[in-house]
Design a protein around this ligand. Structure first.
Ligand code: PLP
Length: 396
């Protein structure tokens, strides 16, 4: 559009769209065009845009108190931590502002646990091919994608990646320096890959057998995205540590590390911190998001909508086998592995006014707000059909 020089660092390839307002699953541009948002700001807008409960929670808190720092008690933080612990394996919560900060905190607490338990040599974390834990140096080292580390100097040590989702391969990597295992129950950036309940259960057994910790990164798959509050609930296993972010703030920057009592209490005063982490504004919104996601019938509806959407997508996969080759993920965390470049599919859908996101392994990632309606799903399905026809036309 305009040739004016941008003062934003060029870290992102941005579509030429400027949104000025949103409501529910819909976004509106400055010229009044409406787009169906099935990307949710990368799986963040749990309840869509401008949800009345969240607007009210933020508005009310903004008139009372924004920020005081963690030098004081923060009742809103206590309340959100109570809610998270009442509905998960966790006993203790540390609040930060993003997924990377949560992943970083998870890594630190897993190492510190062993240091405090007479095993300071246990520092190595095992993660998996296709993992993504954020863009801080340690999170990048954990995921081990060399493209993302290139040019940023020496990578932090003490991270190894298992190349396959195979228990024997993981066990072969465990030695006296291992602190624990880090895994996304459903990989997001890596290609919307559900690692499976059997694998999560096997990892739990492995960790118990070797006296190491199990850390789940549910930054993307947590907070109802899969139809359970946390994706690992499908496997009926519990981690020792878990990172969450994205969905918990519903659009307000918020992340957290959840731990059991024995793990979390190793972070005594002075060992870790975050100036903004868990401030009143963020926690008031987080509590409102969680209150809605935990309300009667909400997660059942997510599962129903997901089943409905996936039935249609399975049909589309069948009918468009020249465009799609696999339907993946869990609940409303949907992946369609593409034959043409996924960026072309994202662009074709954008032309149909439906927003989606790319992911690794040439996957189209579809992560609508969790309160999306069946009628909105129908619109997205029709748009995918049209996009397939047009893509076919352009390659024929
Ligand atoms: C997005 C993501 C992160 C990083 O979150 P940021 O808020 O971008 O720092 C970490 N882990 C997973 C699984 C993610 O999807």
């Amino acid at each position: 559009m305009s040739e004016q020089k941008s003062h934003i660092m060029p870290t992102y390839n941005r579509a030429d769209l400027r949104f000025v307002r949103g409501e529910g699953a819909w976004l509106e541009t400055e010229t009044g065009e409406k787009y169906l948002d099935f990307g949710s700001g990368v799986a963040v807008n749990t309840l869509g845009h401008a949800h009345p409960k969240l607007v009210a929670a933020l508005g009310a808190q903004s008139e009372k108190l924004w920020h005081v720092s963690n030098l004081y008690q923060i009742p809103e933080q206590e309340k959100l931590a109570d809610m998270l612990c009442a509905n998960s394996f966790a006993d203790l919560v540390f609040f930060g502002n993003s997924g990377a900060e949560a992943a970083e905190g998870m890594i630190k607490v897993m190492r510190k646990y062993h240091a405090e338990n007479a095993a300071p040599e246990r520092v190595t974390l095992i993660s998996f091919k296709g993992a993504f834990h954020g863009r801080t140096l340690a999170a990048l080292a954990a995921a081990g994608n060399p493209d993302y580390l290139e040019g940023f100097g020496p990578a932090p040590q003490g991270f190894v990646q298992c190349q396959e989702l195979d228990v024997e391969a993981v066990e072969a990597m465990i030695d006296e320096t291992t602190a624990g295992i880090l895994i996304e129950p459903v990989q997001g950036e890596g290609g919307v890959r559900d690692v499976g309940t059997a694998f999560l259960r096997a990892l739990r057994e492995l960790c118990d057998k070797h006296g190491i910790l199990l850390g789940f990164d549910e930054v993307q798959c947590g907070i109802g995205r899969t139809g359970k509050l946390f994706a690992h609930e499908y496997a009926a296993v519990e981690p020792d540590v878990m990172a969450i972010a994205k969905g918990i703030g519903g659009g307000f920057p918020l992340g957290a590390v959840l731990t059991t009592e024995t793990v979390g209490r190793v972070l005594q005063p002075g060992t870790h911190g975050s100036t903004y982490g868990g401030n009143p504004l963020a926690c008031a919104v987080g509590a409102a998001v969680l209150d809605e996601v935990l309300s009667d019938g909400f997660l059942d509806r997510v599962q129903q909508t997901a089943t409905y959407f996936r039935q249609h997508l399975a049909r589309l996969l069948d009918e468009n086998s020249d465009i799609f080759e696999d339907l993946r993920g869990s609940g409303l965390m949907v992946g369609l592995k593409c034959k043409p470049a996924n960026s072309d599919v994202v662009a074709a859908l954008r032309d149909e006014k439906v927003l989606t996101i790319g992911a690794g392994e040439n996957v189209l990632r579809i992560v609508p707000p969790l309160n999306v309606t069946q009628a909105e799903v129908d619109i997205a399905v029709a748009a995918i059909e049209t996009a397939c026809t047009k893509l076919r036309g352009s390659t024929a």
